[in-house]
Design a protein around this ligand. Structure first.
Ligand SMILES: Nc1ncnc2c1ncn2[C@@H]1O[C@H](COP(=O)(O)OP(=O)(O)OP(=O)(O)O)[C@@H](O)[C@H]1O
Ligand SMILES: [Mg+2]
Length: 383
Protein backbone atom coordinates (compact mmCIF):
# COMPACT_ATOMS: atom_id res chain seq x y z
CA UNK A 1 0.00 0.00 0.00
CA UNK A 2 2.82 2.37 0.92
CA UNK A 3 4.18 2.74 -2.58
CA UNK A 4 0.82 3.01 -4.26
CA UNK A 5 0.54 6.37 -5.99
CA UNK A 6 -1.76 8.90 -4.35
CA UNK A 7 -3.02 10.30 -7.64
CA UNK A 8 -2.54 9.07 -11.18
CA UNK A 9 -3.53 10.65 -14.45
CA UNK A 10 -3.70 8.24 -17.35
CA UNK A 11 -3.93 9.85 -20.75
CA UNK A 12 -6.26 12.55 -19.50
CA UNK A 13 -7.65 15.25 -21.79
CA UNK A 14 -10.28 17.90 -21.25
CA UNK A 15 -11.72 19.28 -24.44
CA UNK A 16 -13.93 22.35 -24.85
CA UNK A 17 -15.23 22.66 -28.41
CA UNK A 18 -12.15 22.38 -30.61
CA UNK A 19 -9.79 23.37 -27.86
CA UNK A 20 -7.96 20.92 -25.59
CA UNK A 21 -7.68 22.76 -22.26
CA UNK A 22 -5.71 19.73 -21.04
CA UNK A 23 -4.08 17.44 -23.56
CA UNK A 24 -3.12 13.76 -22.95
CA UNK A 25 -1.63 14.07 -19.51
CA UNK A 26 0.12 11.15 -17.85
CA UNK A 27 1.25 11.90 -14.34
CA UNK A 28 1.91 10.07 -11.10
CA UNK A 29 1.78 11.82 -7.73
CA UNK A 30 3.15 9.88 -4.77
CA UNK A 31 2.25 10.17 -1.08
CA UNK A 32 4.17 13.05 0.48
CA UNK A 33 4.87 14.79 -2.83
CA UNK A 34 4.57 18.54 -3.01
CA UNK A 35 3.61 19.09 -6.63
CA UNK A 36 3.43 22.51 -8.26
CA UNK A 37 1.62 23.05 -11.54
CA UNK A 38 3.15 26.07 -13.17
CA UNK A 39 2.48 27.73 -16.50
CA UNK A 40 1.16 30.83 -18.17
CA UNK A 41 -2.45 31.89 -17.92
CA UNK A 42 -4.77 29.53 -19.78
CA UNK A 43 -2.27 26.66 -19.89
CA UNK A 44 -4.69 24.28 -18.18
CA UNK A 45 -3.46 24.22 -14.58
CA UNK A 46 -6.81 24.77 -12.88
CA UNK A 47 -8.55 22.40 -15.27
CA UNK A 48 -5.99 19.68 -14.53
CA UNK A 49 -6.34 20.18 -10.79
CA UNK A 50 -10.12 20.17 -10.79
CA UNK A 51 -10.26 16.80 -12.46
CA UNK A 52 -8.66 15.33 -9.33
CA UNK A 53 -11.65 15.93 -7.11
CA UNK A 54 -14.29 15.61 -9.84
CA UNK A 55 -15.14 19.26 -10.01
CA UNK A 56 -14.50 18.58 -13.70
CA UNK A 57 -14.84 15.35 -15.62
CA UNK A 58 -12.13 14.31 -18.10
CA UNK A 59 -13.22 14.15 -21.75
CA UNK A 60 -10.78 11.29 -22.24
CA UNK A 61 -8.63 9.15 -19.97
CA UNK A 62 -8.90 8.38 -16.26
CA UNK A 63 -7.84 9.77 -12.92
CA UNK A 64 -7.08 7.43 -10.03
CA UNK A 65 -7.07 8.15 -6.30
CA UNK A 66 -5.13 5.55 -4.30
CA UNK A 67 -5.52 3.11 -7.16
CA UNK A 68 -9.25 3.56 -7.56
CA UNK A 69 -10.80 5.30 -10.56
CA UNK A 70 -12.35 8.50 -9.25
CA UNK A 71 -15.24 8.07 -11.68
CA UNK A 72 -16.41 5.37 -9.26
CA UNK A 73 -16.40 7.66 -6.23
CA UNK A 74 -19.36 9.57 -4.97
CA UNK A 75 -18.19 13.15 -5.69
CA UNK A 76 -19.20 14.48 -2.28
CA UNK A 77 -17.35 11.69 -0.48
CA UNK A 78 -14.33 12.18 -2.70
CA UNK A 79 -14.19 15.88 -1.91
CA UNK A 80 -14.17 15.14 1.80
CA UNK A 81 -11.05 13.05 1.30
CA UNK A 82 -9.36 15.69 -0.80
CA UNK A 83 -8.99 19.17 0.64
CA UNK A 84 -9.43 22.14 -1.63
CA UNK A 85 -8.12 25.58 -0.83
CA UNK A 86 -9.90 28.20 -2.84
CA UNK A 87 -8.16 31.21 -4.24
CA UNK A 88 -6.73 33.40 -1.49
CA UNK A 89 -7.92 31.03 1.23
CA UNK A 90 -11.20 32.82 1.91
CA UNK A 91 -12.39 32.44 5.50
CA UNK A 92 -16.11 32.62 6.22
CA UNK A 93 -16.58 36.08 7.76
CA UNK A 94 -19.65 35.20 9.80
CA UNK A 95 -18.04 32.19 11.44
CA UNK A 96 -15.53 32.21 14.30
CA UNK A 97 -12.01 30.98 13.72
CA UNK A 98 -12.96 27.77 15.51
CA UNK A 99 -15.92 27.23 13.23
CA UNK A 100 -13.81 28.01 10.21
CA UNK A 101 -11.11 25.54 11.16
CA UNK A 102 -13.56 22.77 11.92
CA UNK A 103 -15.73 23.24 8.84
CA UNK A 104 -14.83 19.97 7.17
CA UNK A 105 -14.48 17.95 10.39
CA UNK A 106 -18.05 19.07 11.13
CA UNK A 107 -19.20 17.75 7.75
CA UNK A 108 -17.39 14.54 8.61
CA UNK A 109 -19.40 14.47 11.86
CA UNK A 110 -16.45 14.48 14.25
CA UNK A 111 -17.32 14.69 17.93
CA UNK A 112 -17.17 18.12 19.60
CA UNK A 113 -14.26 16.86 21.68
CA UNK A 114 -12.25 15.71 18.69
CA UNK A 115 -12.90 18.97 16.82
CA UNK A 116 -11.86 21.07 19.82
CA UNK A 117 -8.66 19.07 20.31
CA UNK A 118 -7.78 19.37 16.64
CA UNK A 119 -8.43 23.12 16.56
CA UNK A 120 -6.19 23.65 19.62
CA UNK A 121 -3.43 21.50 18.22
CA UNK A 122 -3.45 23.42 14.94
CA UNK A 123 -3.61 26.91 16.40
CA UNK A 124 -0.51 26.08 18.44
CA UNK A 125 1.22 24.84 15.33
CA UNK A 126 0.92 28.27 13.75
CA UNK A 127 1.86 30.00 17.00
CA UNK A 128 -1.35 31.87 17.59
CA UNK A 129 -2.99 32.10 21.02
CA UNK A 130 -5.82 29.73 21.78
CA UNK A 131 -8.31 32.51 22.48
CA UNK A 132 -8.14 33.47 18.79
CA UNK A 133 -10.45 30.51 18.24
CA UNK A 134 -13.35 32.59 19.50
CA UNK A 135 -12.62 35.60 17.31
CA UNK A 136 -14.03 36.43 13.90
CA UNK A 137 -11.77 36.67 10.84
CA UNK A 138 -12.13 40.47 10.70
CA UNK A 139 -10.53 40.63 14.16
CA UNK A 140 -7.29 39.13 12.82
CA UNK A 141 -4.58 40.67 10.65
CA UNK A 142 -4.31 39.57 7.03
CA UNK A 143 -1.31 37.36 7.74
CA UNK A 144 -3.00 35.78 10.75
CA UNK A 145 -6.09 35.03 8.65
CA UNK A 146 -3.86 33.41 6.10
CA UNK A 147 -2.34 31.12 8.72
CA UNK A 148 -5.83 30.11 9.80
CA UNK A 149 -6.67 29.35 6.18
CA UNK A 150 -3.69 27.03 5.99
CA UNK A 151 -4.52 25.10 9.12
CA UNK A 152 -8.14 24.88 8.06
CA UNK A 153 -6.92 22.98 5.02
CA UNK A 154 -5.00 20.63 7.29
CA UNK A 155 -7.73 20.17 9.89
CA UNK A 156 -9.67 17.35 8.36
CA UNK A 157 -6.70 15.00 8.13
CA UNK A 158 -7.25 14.68 4.42
CA UNK A 159 -4.42 12.98 2.58
CA UNK A 160 -4.39 15.29 -0.39
CA UNK A 161 -4.77 19.04 -0.48
CA UNK A 162 -5.34 20.98 -3.66
CA UNK A 163 -4.40 24.65 -3.63
CA UNK A 164 -5.16 26.94 -6.55
CA UNK A 165 -2.95 30.04 -6.32
CA UNK A 166 -3.59 30.30 -2.59
CA UNK A 167 -1.10 33.07 -1.87
CA UNK A 168 -1.72 35.24 -4.91
CA UNK A 169 -2.98 38.32 -3.14
CA UNK A 170 -0.40 38.49 -0.35
CA UNK A 171 2.41 40.97 0.02
CA UNK A 172 5.83 39.36 -0.55
CA UNK A 173 6.83 39.18 3.12
CA UNK A 174 3.60 37.64 4.38
CA UNK A 175 3.72 35.36 1.41
CA UNK A 176 7.16 34.03 2.24
CA UNK A 177 6.16 33.38 5.83
CA UNK A 178 3.08 31.46 4.75
CA UNK A 179 5.04 29.45 2.21
CA UNK A 180 7.52 28.41 4.90
CA UNK A 181 4.64 27.45 7.15
CA UNK A 182 2.92 25.34 4.51
CA UNK A 183 6.15 23.61 3.59
CA UNK A 184 7.05 22.75 7.17
CA UNK A 185 3.54 21.56 8.03
CA UNK A 186 3.44 19.49 4.87
CA UNK A 187 6.69 17.78 5.77
CA UNK A 188 5.75 17.32 9.40
CA UNK A 189 2.31 15.91 8.64
CA UNK A 190 3.31 13.97 5.54
CA UNK A 191 0.54 15.48 3.40
CA UNK A 192 0.40 15.35 -0.36
CA UNK A 193 -0.09 18.83 -1.72
CA UNK A 194 -0.83 19.94 -5.26
CA UNK A 195 -0.48 23.66 -5.75
CA UNK A 196 -1.14 25.80 -8.81
CA UNK A 197 1.04 28.84 -9.23
CA UNK A 198 2.27 31.42 -11.74
CA UNK A 199 5.29 32.10 -9.62
CA UNK A 200 8.48 30.19 -10.37
CA UNK A 201 10.08 31.28 -7.09
CA UNK A 202 7.19 29.73 -5.24
CA UNK A 203 7.42 26.48 -7.22
CA UNK A 204 11.18 26.20 -6.78
CA UNK A 205 10.87 26.83 -3.06
CA UNK A 206 7.98 24.50 -2.28
CA UNK A 207 7.85 21.70 -4.81
CA UNK A 208 9.35 18.26 -4.70
CA UNK A 209 8.03 17.93 -8.23
CA UNK A 210 7.25 20.70 -10.70
CA UNK A 211 4.93 20.22 -13.65
CA UNK A 212 5.36 22.86 -16.33
CA UNK A 213 2.23 23.35 -18.43
CA UNK A 214 2.01 25.04 -21.80
CA UNK A 215 -1.16 25.08 -23.94
CA UNK A 216 -2.68 22.11 -22.15
CA UNK A 217 0.43 19.98 -22.44
CA UNK A 218 2.92 18.93 -19.84
CA UNK A 219 6.24 20.18 -21.18
CA UNK A 220 8.42 19.14 -18.26
CA UNK A 221 8.16 17.16 -15.07
CA UNK A 222 11.00 17.21 -12.58
CA UNK A 223 12.48 18.32 -9.29
CA UNK A 224 13.46 21.98 -8.91
CA UNK A 225 17.06 20.90 -9.44
CA UNK A 226 16.17 19.04 -12.66
CA UNK A 227 14.49 22.14 -14.03
CA UNK A 228 17.35 24.42 -13.13
CA UNK A 229 19.94 22.08 -14.52
CA UNK A 230 18.19 20.86 -17.61
CA UNK A 231 15.28 23.02 -18.70
CA UNK A 232 13.55 20.85 -21.33
CA UNK A 233 12.49 23.56 -23.75
CA UNK A 234 13.03 27.27 -24.42
CA UNK A 235 9.61 27.81 -22.85
CA UNK A 236 10.77 26.28 -19.57
CA UNK A 237 13.94 28.31 -19.78
CA UNK A 238 11.89 31.44 -20.12
CA UNK A 239 9.68 30.47 -17.18
CA UNK A 240 12.74 29.95 -15.03
CA UNK A 241 14.31 33.16 -16.18
CA UNK A 242 17.76 33.86 -17.49
CA UNK A 243 19.11 35.36 -14.31
CA UNK A 244 18.06 32.40 -12.25
CA UNK A 245 19.72 29.99 -14.67
CA UNK A 246 22.96 31.88 -14.27
CA UNK A 247 22.74 31.54 -10.51
CA UNK A 248 21.41 28.03 -10.76
CA UNK A 249 24.79 26.58 -11.32
CA UNK A 250 25.99 27.71 -7.91
CA UNK A 251 22.59 26.80 -6.51
CA UNK A 252 22.79 23.16 -7.41
CA UNK A 253 26.50 22.46 -7.54
CA UNK A 254 27.88 20.71 -4.47
CA UNK A 255 31.29 21.57 -3.08
CA UNK A 256 32.40 18.04 -3.96
CA UNK A 257 32.29 18.82 -7.66
CA UNK A 258 34.92 21.55 -7.56
CA UNK A 259 37.09 20.50 -4.63
CA UNK A 260 40.65 19.33 -5.04
CA UNK A 261 41.00 15.77 -3.86
CA UNK A 262 43.87 14.27 -1.86
CA UNK A 263 44.85 17.35 0.13
CA UNK A 264 48.19 17.22 1.88
CA UNK A 265 47.68 16.08 5.46
CA UNK A 266 49.66 14.75 8.36
CA UNK A 267 48.87 12.89 11.59
CA UNK A 268 49.43 14.46 15.06
CA UNK A 269 52.13 12.04 16.12
CA UNK A 270 54.62 13.20 13.47
CA UNK A 271 57.68 15.30 14.21
CA UNK A 272 58.13 18.89 13.08
CA UNK A 273 61.01 17.80 10.89
CA UNK A 274 58.53 15.66 9.00
CA UNK A 275 56.21 18.67 8.73
CA UNK A 276 58.93 20.75 7.15
CA UNK A 277 59.89 17.93 4.82
CA UNK A 278 56.33 17.46 3.65
CA UNK A 279 55.71 21.18 3.19
CA UNK A 280 58.83 21.50 1.13
CA UNK A 281 58.04 18.43 -0.96
CA UNK A 282 54.45 19.52 -1.70
CA UNK A 283 55.27 23.24 -1.87
CA UNK A 284 52.53 24.24 0.58
CA UNK A 285 52.67 26.54 3.59
CA UNK A 286 50.12 24.69 5.72
CA UNK A 287 49.13 21.11 6.41
CA UNK A 288 45.83 19.77 7.60
CA UNK A 289 46.09 17.45 10.57
CA UNK A 290 43.99 14.30 10.64
CA UNK A 291 43.73 11.21 12.79
CA UNK A 292 44.78 7.95 11.19
CA UNK A 293 41.20 7.39 10.05
CA UNK A 294 41.28 10.79 8.26
CA UNK A 295 39.12 12.63 10.82
CA UNK A 296 40.00 16.29 10.49
CA UNK A 297 41.32 17.80 13.73
CA UNK A 298 43.65 20.67 13.00
CA UNK A 299 46.12 22.62 11.02
CA UNK A 300 49.84 23.46 11.16
CA UNK A 301 51.09 26.39 9.20
CA UNK A 302 54.38 28.02 8.57
CA UNK A 303 53.89 30.77 11.12
CA UNK A 304 53.17 28.34 13.98
CA UNK A 305 56.18 26.39 12.88
CA UNK A 306 58.54 29.35 12.87
CA UNK A 307 57.26 30.70 16.21
CA UNK A 308 57.16 27.48 18.13
CA UNK A 309 59.79 25.27 16.58
CA UNK A 310 61.64 22.99 18.98
CA UNK A 311 63.35 19.86 17.95
CA UNK A 312 61.39 17.35 20.02
CA UNK A 313 57.88 18.79 19.64
CA UNK A 314 55.26 16.91 17.65
CA UNK A 315 52.52 18.09 15.33
CA UNK A 316 49.94 17.85 18.13
CA UNK A 317 51.92 20.30 20.27
CA UNK A 318 51.82 23.15 17.82
CA UNK A 319 48.72 22.51 15.73
CA UNK A 320 45.71 24.80 15.94
CA UNK A 321 42.22 23.35 15.92
CA UNK A 322 40.30 23.85 12.68
CA UNK A 323 37.50 26.29 13.24
CA UNK A 324 36.22 26.36 9.70
CA UNK A 325 35.46 23.61 7.24
CA UNK A 326 32.75 22.81 4.71
CA UNK A 327 30.90 19.62 3.95
CA UNK A 328 31.23 18.01 0.56
CA UNK A 329 27.48 18.00 -0.04
CA UNK A 330 27.06 21.66 0.87
CA UNK A 331 26.06 23.79 -2.09
CA UNK A 332 28.49 26.27 -3.53
CA UNK A 333 25.79 28.90 -3.27
CA UNK A 334 26.02 28.70 0.52
CA UNK A 335 29.72 28.07 0.71
CA UNK A 336 31.36 30.40 -1.76
CA UNK A 337 30.39 33.52 0.07
CA UNK A 338 31.47 32.17 3.45
CA UNK A 339 34.89 31.33 2.10
CA UNK A 340 35.35 34.54 0.15
CA UNK A 341 34.19 36.71 3.03
CA UNK A 342 36.56 35.16 5.49
CA UNK A 343 39.42 35.85 3.18
CA UNK A 344 40.56 32.26 3.44
CA UNK A 345 42.95 30.89 0.87
CA UNK A 346 41.25 27.56 1.10
CA UNK A 347 38.77 25.62 3.21
CA UNK A 348 39.01 21.95 4.17
CA UNK A 349 36.17 19.74 2.95
CA UNK A 350 34.85 16.84 5.01
CA UNK A 351 32.33 14.07 4.52
CA UNK A 352 29.47 13.16 6.87
CA UNK A 353 31.90 11.59 9.33
CA UNK A 354 34.17 14.61 9.36
CA UNK A 355 36.79 12.72 7.40
CA UNK A 356 38.92 14.99 5.28
CA UNK A 357 38.15 14.45 1.58
CA UNK A 358 39.43 17.58 -0.12
CA UNK A 359 39.92 21.31 -0.10
CA UNK A 360 38.26 24.17 -1.95
CA UNK A 361 40.69 26.87 -2.84
CA UNK A 362 39.93 30.51 -3.33
CA UNK A 363 41.20 30.24 -6.86
CA UNK A 364 38.89 27.33 -7.74
CA UNK A 365 35.98 29.44 -6.49
CA UNK A 366 37.11 32.34 -8.61
CA UNK A 367 37.32 30.01 -11.61
CA UNK A 368 33.83 28.80 -10.96
CA UNK A 369 32.36 32.28 -10.62
CA UNK A 370 34.24 33.36 -13.71
CA UNK A 371 32.82 30.38 -15.54
CA UNK A 372 29.30 31.38 -14.63
CA UNK A 373 29.73 34.94 -15.77
CA UNK A 374 31.71 34.02 -18.83
CA UNK A 375 29.25 31.24 -19.70
CA UNK A 376 26.30 33.62 -19.63
CA UNK A 377 28.09 36.19 -21.76
CA UNK A 378 28.81 33.61 -24.37
CA UNK A 379 25.18 32.57 -24.41
CA UNK A 380 24.17 36.16 -25.04
CA UNK A 381 26.58 36.53 -27.92
CA UNK A 382 25.22 33.44 -29.61
CA UNK A 383 21.68 34.84 -29.77
N1 LIG B 1 -15.76 25.96 -19.09
C1 LIG B 1 -14.93 26.25 -20.10
N2 LIG B 1 -15.36 26.35 -21.36
C2 LIG B 1 -14.52 26.60 -22.37
N3 LIG B 1 -13.20 26.79 -22.23
C3 LIG B 1 -12.70 26.71 -20.98
C4 LIG B 1 -13.53 26.44 -19.86
N4 LIG B 1 -12.75 26.41 -18.76
C5 LIG B 1 -11.49 26.66 -19.19
N5 LIG B 1 -11.45 26.84 -20.51
C6 LIG B 1 -10.26 27.12 -21.31
O1 LIG B 1 -9.30 26.12 -21.05
C7 LIG B 1 -8.00 26.66 -21.00
C8 LIG B 1 -7.31 26.32 -19.68
O2 LIG B 1 -7.99 26.99 -18.60
P1 LIG B 1 -7.49 26.89 -17.11
O3 LIG B 1 -8.47 27.61 -16.25
O4 LIG B 1 -7.22 25.48 -16.77
O5 LIG B 1 -6.12 27.69 -17.19
P2 LIG B 1 -5.09 28.07 -16.03
O6 LIG B 1 -3.78 27.48 -16.43
O7 LIG B 1 -5.63 27.71 -14.72
O8 LIG B 1 -5.00 29.65 -16.21
P3 LIG B 1 -4.88 30.81 -15.07
O9 LIG B 1 -3.44 30.83 -14.72
O10 LIG B 1 -5.27 32.04 -15.85
O11 LIG B 1 -5.78 30.49 -13.94
C9 LIG B 1 -8.17 28.16 -21.25
O12 LIG B 1 -7.90 28.42 -22.59
C10 LIG B 1 -9.62 28.42 -20.90
O13 LIG B 1 -10.10 29.49 -21.64
MG1 LIG C 1 -6.25 28.84 -13.00
Amino acid sequence: MEDQPMIEFKNVSKIYGDNAAVDKINLTINPGDFVCFIGTSGSGKTTLMRMINRMLKPSKGDVFFKGQNIAQFNPVKLRRKIGYVIQNIGLMPHMTIYENITLVPKLLKWSEEKKRAKAKELIHLVELPEDFLDRYPSELSGGQQQRIGVIRALAADQDVILMDEPFGALDPITREGIQDLVKSLQEKMGKTIILVTHDMDEALKLATKIIVMDKGRMVQEGTPTDLLRHPATPFVEKMIGEERLIHAKADVTPVKSIMLKNPVSITPDKSLTEVIGLMREKRVDSLLVTENDKTLIGLVDLSALSHRYQKDLLVRDIMTKVSFYVKEDDLLRDTAERILKRGLKYAPVVDKNKHLTGIVTRSSLVDMLYDIIWGSQEAEEEE
